[in-house]
Design a protein around this ligand. Sequence first.
Ligand code: FAD
Length: 452
Amino acid sequence: NLTRSSVIIVGAGISGITAGKILAENGVNDIIILEAADKIGGRLMKEQFGGVTVELGAGWIAGVGGDQINPVWELAKQTGLQTYFSDYSHARFNIYDHNGKIFPSGIADETYKKAVDEAMQELKRQEANEGSENLISSEELSLSTEKTPIELAIDFILHDFEMAEVEPISTYVDFGEMEFLVADERGYDHLLYKMAESFLYTSEGEIFDNRLKLNKVVREVQHSRNGVLVTTEEGSLYEANYLILSTSIGVLQSDLISFKPSLPRWKTEAFGNIDIMVYTKIFLKFPYKFWPCGPNKEFFIYAHERRGYFTFWQHMENAYPGSNLLVVTLTNEESKRIEAQSDEETLREAMEVLRNMFGPDIPNATDIIVPRWWNNRFQCGSYSNYPIYVNRQLVHDIKAPVGRVFFTGEHTSEKFNGYVHGGYLSGIDTSKALLEEMRKEKERRSESQGFL
Ligand code: FAD
């Protein structure tokens, strides 16, 4: 069973859906979208939990309020997505020690300023050594010196959340420094369903278009001068003139998809040069709330002797009043560690930390969700993390097409990798590049026919 189309898009996250929309707007309707999961959205992933919709993937629209408008903010406004302003800057004044005492604000501020200064010096050092091999990362450097729990906690929030304080990040420079949390029962992925409505057959928020194929795991891509042939896990075959591949950098580094012929070395080396960040939001449901909810209390921090150990907490009362939910964010090695253990064990650890902060009498959580982005073979991590000094060749190589295979996704966005708007803008870029290539091919064809 062979299905033919003009273009195959692999992946129905924001970059794949955006690419499909732009192609359709330019008259290319003969497309097939192959998605491994049982729904569209990719890393826009909602789940019903504790009576509300929580976002296991992207939660914020980052970069709002600047001179230029973040296109995802614009989409959110157009579709009436519910969001609310989020301010992390107070988090450092709510740092708890293991006896439940909050560190005095003077100490927290001083420690924070010291950490920012150190990070800036480190950045200058790296700038001076740019291009030289074997640079130690700032995370490794911070681990190599003895730090107190509060220093470790601040180091974690600075490096894993607030690097914008230290280095210019295009998202905040271009689009503004505000961040808005999506708190909409329809989910962040509502943006994608709205986009899909413009080019796929939909009814009452569901997609009924047989150009979108769910549960299709692409395992092999054969490509030649003449076209591409894609094989899925259950043996379906799809043939097309062109392919747009939107899978994450983690998937590209894994062996999920094999290419025949193999991708050139410059391409696979470029994939290998991008780091993958693992970012895990663990949601906990309680019978009632026992944490402070006043102004500037939304985010709080636990200072522990292990860096990143259940450090960064948020209550969901601003987003969903009365929901009695807490979220704790873990990253990288801690994320991988808890992915490998049972949810009961993670719940036990989280409760011990909460009892250290709020006393022995607090109630047990009644439910927990632990997303596993690292072990999800369709993701293999949460998002790409470019080296601080990126050389232009790497950026070029990451997104450059190989013959008829085009690449898209947040990891191909030079300025906005790691963000939803990076995924969105990459979908536009890649589909435009493909349309240009299709135009040229048509021109070459009609020229050669002219000769005959
Ligand atoms: P994806 O959404 O991953 O789409 C790729 C699709 O390809 C997926 O649907 C996948 O299932 C599919 N696929 C993979 N392999 C195959 C295969 N072999 N065959 C067929 N299909 C396949 N960004 C923000 O702006 N703000 C945030 O607050 C934020 N927080 C985040 C928190 C977490 C936990 C995570 C994981 C991400 C977060 N991000 C955030 C990043 C943001 O979610 C992504 O940058 C963006 O959604 C990526 O879109 P994409 O289209 O590039 O990739």
